[in-house]
Ligand binder design. Structure first.
Ligand SMILES: [Zn+2]
Length: 155
């Protein structure tokens, strides 16, 4: 006899700030996992939410900065920028770096305010990752600085 629902073993996998530590009771009909967040808290998260990147922390991301929930500004999710988990479809496992099979190069890009910016194509995967990291620091950090400045009370 086998269980009717096959459950993937995600133990040890990392999703954003969460590390899966054990199988958990289903939530309704959905499979779920006990995860430990980088902040030290534990949370039970549905498999579906982990795998599609919907949940990447116990909920602590955002609260530290005084923001209660995901905040969208001009179509850019502030918490996702902070968490450095930008959900663009890609083929490399690194956000914003994808493999261009037809050209044989790695293309770096960044999503910002609902637009995708291309950062060039690179023969070397590491160079594409570096280009992406640079752009993250320049673009996202500048955006966060601007956003944080807006939160300050008017004089
Ligand atoms: Zn946390």
């Amino acid at each position: 006899m086998r269980h009717s629902t096959k459950k993937l073993d995600l133990t040890g996998q990392r999703y954003g700030n969460l590390t899966v530590i054990a199988s958990a009771e289903n939530i309704g009909s959905k499979t779920a996992w006990l995860c430990r967040c980088d902040c030290g808290k534990e949370a039970v998260v549905k498999t579906y939410y982990l795998r599609n990147g919907h949940v990447t922390s116990c909920g602590c991301i955002g609260t530290a900065s005084g923001l209660q929930s995901l905040t969208y500004v001009d179509g850019t999710c502030v918490e996702m920028l902070r968490a450095k988990t930008v959900r663009c479809n890609n083929t490399s496992g690194v956000p914003g770096v994808d493999w261009r099979r037809s050209k044989g190069t790695w293309r770096a890009s960044i999503c910002f305010k609902g637009k995708r910016y291309y950062l060039g194509s690179y023969r070397c995967f590491d160079d594409a990752v570096k280009a992406r990291k640079r752009a993250e620091e320049n673009l996202h950090d500048r955006f966060l600085t601007e956003f944080t400045a807006k939160l300050l009370p008017d004089k």
